[in-house]
Each structure stands twice: as C-alpha cells, then as structure tokens.
Design a protein. Structure first.
Length: 454
C-alpha cells in the first residue's frame, strides 16, 4: 500500500473512506459528472491521499483538488497514515488489519499465484528454515489470515503442498491419465460453450464449433488441444484462440474447426516456443529429440546434462519445450518429457496402439495409450542419432560373444557384442529385444555395427 490517509471527523469512519474507494454513489453529483469522477478515482493513488490531506491541513482544513471540491474540518488526532515499507513485518500487517479491516469484520486472503516461479532458495535453505517457512509460520499464527497457494507440479515450490501452510492447488491437471483428461475436458467444454452463449445470447454446443463431442470421447479435435495444453487452462485458452484463427483463415468461420486445423495451430505454437531459444540450444534439443524418436518415446533421462537442460524447463509453463515428469533423487536421474506440441511438430511418438508397441499416429486414447517407456540418453547416443543409414531390427538369439539380428529389411545380420555402444553395454540381451544398428558387409558376412539397444 502506498501512503494511504484515512480518517477524519467528516468521514466519521473507515467504512466511509472505503465506500469512497469502491463507489461514488454517495456523492451529490450528476450522472455525467459522476462518470468523470469515477475515472479520476481510478487514477487516484494512496500517495495522493496523503499529499491532499496534508496540503489541506496546511490551508486550515480546506481541500481543493482536481478530483472534486469539498470543505472538510479535520481533527488533528484522527489522521492516520499507512506508508509503504520494503521491510514490513507481521506487526505492520496486524496494524493495517486493525485499522482498516477489523472494524468491518473482514479477513485477509493471501493468494500466492504461480509461487513456483520464485527462485528455489526462497523455499529451501540448507542452513535452516527457508524464507518461505519463516513467513508462513508467522502468517498462520494470525487468526484473520487465510492462504491459498497456486503452484505448478515438480517445481521448487513442491514444499507448498504441506497443508499446514494453507490450501494449495495445482495449476496443471494430469491430462496424460484418463481421469485427469476427462476432468479437464469437462471444464474446457463448459468454458467454450458458456463463453459463446454469453457473447451471442444463443444456446451453443461444442459440436457446433468443433469436430468434437460434448461427452468425454477420445480421438477428436478437443483431445489434441487438451494434450497440447498440458493441463494448463491458461495455455488451453491460448491454443483455442489459435485453432479458431486457423479455422477462420480457412473458411471464414463457416465450418467447424477440424482436427487438421487444430494440429496446424499446435505446430505453430511449437514454433513460437522454439523462437525463445538460440540456434545452439535448438541443435541440442533436436539431437535429443532425434534420439528419443529413434527409441520410440518422448520421455528420457539424460546423464550429465541437467545444467544444459534447465533452460528448456524454466522459460514459463506455457513456453517450456521440456517438462519435468519426475525429479531425480540420489543416483536416479530426473525424468524429462518433450512438450506435446513439440512432439507433434517434430514427429516424436507419444502414444502406442493398445496392447502393442506400434506407434499410434493419431495420438489418442481411443485406440491406445501414452507411451510409458523412458529412454536413458547419453551424448554418445545423440551423436549416433545423426548417423545416416542406421536401421532397426530385433535380436533373434544371443550366443556369447555374438548373436543374430533380423533387420527391418528382412535380412539377418551377425551381431558381435563388442559392437554394442558403450552406453548400452551393461544392459541385458535377450531374444526379441529391439535394436538400432548400422548394417555392414564384411566379405560375404552381413554384420551389425554400432548397435543401440532400444
């Protein structure tokens, strides 16, 4: 609060002063002049109140201000000033509450919005209680304070979910689960239908606007927008706007928004995300994506690259190309996942066909599910992702020190275990294991080299 001046005998109470802030219906003005005054009130700052009253007192109690004219008699003992203080403490909150809110029987609601965007040291301190813990422990001793804390999952603010600090709610819903998807979809459809009805005054169903169903169906245009939103409602609204724009450019709003137009809008959003990064950063990202694509997944661990990857998860929840699925602990590395929009644009698989390991190009729960495989990536593997000529295959049998691989070309290749990449040497071999390799001809023998275990 910047320099509020409050109470004098003319206004009688804090309640009267609050009414001046929240409405001017009590002023004896014409409606035309009241509108002008209202605009001035919006611009009037608390600091101006202090200056106005102080100047007025110097003039013997008369106030002359461009906002309105009045004549007020001040009582010297009834003037209170509350000034901004960069080092304000709990006692300042108590003072402000007692003077301004307690007479109205009110409470203070503190909303910590997107708290996870604050530097992690605010929430965690190795030397003792963090600044956040100190602050919240003080606030929760005040009976008139209630706190609500909005956070993104898997952030430094995860400590906020401790209920003793107040009510917390996640700013993202887990739409990769069927339950989370259905919950988010019902909210999204309600928002779309209610908005159109309020604007047009006519009843509206989602089927009138999209190639979609008002039920919790899978496989339609709405499903793709929901996945691209990552369960973030703010991002969903933004993507919705992009999709409507694509549909308008295509047919001037005469037809439903199609799934193809939705996918085009999602790809444009991916391009907007990529524009936040340098060429070198995009090169690293593309190599990682290519490695994941070769291993039929969008989730990965990347040993020794946490410092390099942090830039892809700290832009904002709406523009992060990567997201953290699970934070690392001990020897277990952090699990990352590519953003759905980036996957769509760069052909990174996200869904399997049900009960198979075949990639579902429709990316829908109607005929499959989200890929659960997590690939362990190394710099060696990202280098091999760029090698031209590599093909996939399946191990037919293992016989130390060799074995046999049937390539996707139908040819059988001899496998030497020494030709397995260093990154995969500790993994167990067995018949049926998918591999990626470079086919070579040594004399008359067809050999698999630079073998990756998928």
């Amino acid at each position: 609060m910047r320099e509020m001046i409050g109470i004098n005998e003319h206004f009688n109470s804090v309640d009267s002063l609050m009414r001046l802030h929240t409405g001017i219906s009590g002023l004896p003005l014409s409606f035309a002049k009241r509108d002008v005054v209202l605009q001035e009130v919006k611009r009037l700052t608390a600091h101006e109140y202090v200056i106005t009253v102080q100047d007025g007192m110097k003039k013997g109690g008369g106030i002359a201000h461009s906002l309105f004219e009045a004549s007020i008699e001040f009582g010297k003992n009834n003037t209170i000033e509350i000034r901004s203080d960069s080092t304000a403490g709990v006692q300042d909150i108590i003072f402000a509450y007692n003077e301004l809110i307690r007479p109205l029987n009110g409470k203070i609601l503190l909303l910590f919005d997107e708290a996870g965007s604050i530097n992690g040291t605010f929430f965690r301190n190795q030397k003792g209680d963090s600044y956040f813990e100190i602050l919240m422990n003080q606030l929760r001793t005040l009976e008139f304070v209630r706190t609500k804390i909005a956070i993104y999952p898997h952030s430094d603010a995860d400590i906020l979910i401790e209920t003793r600090y107040g009510d917390s709610f996640l700013l993202e819903e887990r739409v990769t689960s069927e339950e989370g998807y259905i919950s988010f979809r019902s909210k999204a459809i309600a928002i779309i239908e209610n908005y159109v009805e309020n604007e047009s005054g006519e009843s509206c169903r989602i089927e009138d606007l999209f190639e979609a169903s008002s039920s919790s169906d899978f496989g339609d245009a709405i499903e793709q927008i929901i996945y691209a939103s990552n369960g973030n409602m703010r991002r969903f609204i933004y993507l919705l706007d992009l999709c409507m724009e694509e549909a308008y450019l295509a047919n001037r709003g005469a037809e439903q928004v199609t799934k193809e137009q939705v996918l085009l809008a999602i790809k444009k959003h991916s391009t907007a995300m990529e524009n936040h990064f340098t060429e070198n950063e995009l090169t690293v990202l593309a190599a990682t994506a290519k490695t994941c694509r070769s291993r039929s997944t969008y989730q990965f661990r990347y040993s020794g690259m946490s410092n390099e990857l942090v830039k892809y998860v700290t832009k904002s929840p709406e523009y992060n190309v990567l997201k953290i699925v699970e934070k690392g602990a001990g020897r277990k590395g952090t699990v990352y996942a590519f953003d759905f929009a980036y996957c769509v644009k760069n052909d990174i698989p996200t869904h399997y066909v049900k009960d198979t390991e075949r990639i579902d190009r429709d990316r829908s729960l109607s005929q499959g599910g989200w890929i659960r495989r997590i690939s362990n990536i190394t710099r060696e593997l990202t280098m091999h992702a760029d090698i031209v000529g590599k093909i996939e295959g399946e191990i037919l049998f293992v016989l130390d020190p060799g074995g046999s691989i049937r390539g996707e070309d139908g040819v059988e290749y001899f496998m030497l275990q020494d030709f397995i990449l260093k990154s995969d040497k500790k993994r167990a071999l067995h018949a049926g294991l998918r591999v990626r390799f470079l086919p070579r001809l040594l004399g008359e023998i067809k050999v698999a080299e630079a073998i990756e275990l998928l």
